[in-house]
Unconditional design. Structure first.
Length: 94
């Protein structure tokens, strides 16, 4: 039976994604959530048997690219409407 390297086990990537998602709750801002989504998608990708032979640098590159895409989607989905924050030119007490 062929041994699978530790970095190619799907549950390790899912555990790392869970850790990043927990870290996101401690430091909100959709920074770690994008990484968590990218790492979780790599974990799900590793469920395909032919992918387990890929190298660690390739898996990290895929995780980085998926994290970047997830971050852009989160930024677009949860961004404030309009390009600038709302400003007021009069006082409520006037």
């Amino acid at each position: 039976m062929e041994s699978i390297p530790l970095y190619a086990t799907w549950w390790l990537w899912i555990a790392a994604a869970l850790g990043l998602a927990i870290l996101e709750t401690l430091a909100p801002g959709f920074v770690f959530l994008g990484f968590a989504i990218g790492v979780a998608l790599v974990g799900l990708l590793l469920l395909i048997p032919s992918v387990t032979g890929w190298s660690l640098p390739l898996l990290l590159l895929i995780a980085a690219l998926l994290s970047l895409v997830a971050w852009f989607i989160l930024r677009r989905s949860f961004a404030l409407r309009g390009s600038a924050p709302k400003t007021f030119d009069h006082d409520i007490n006037d």
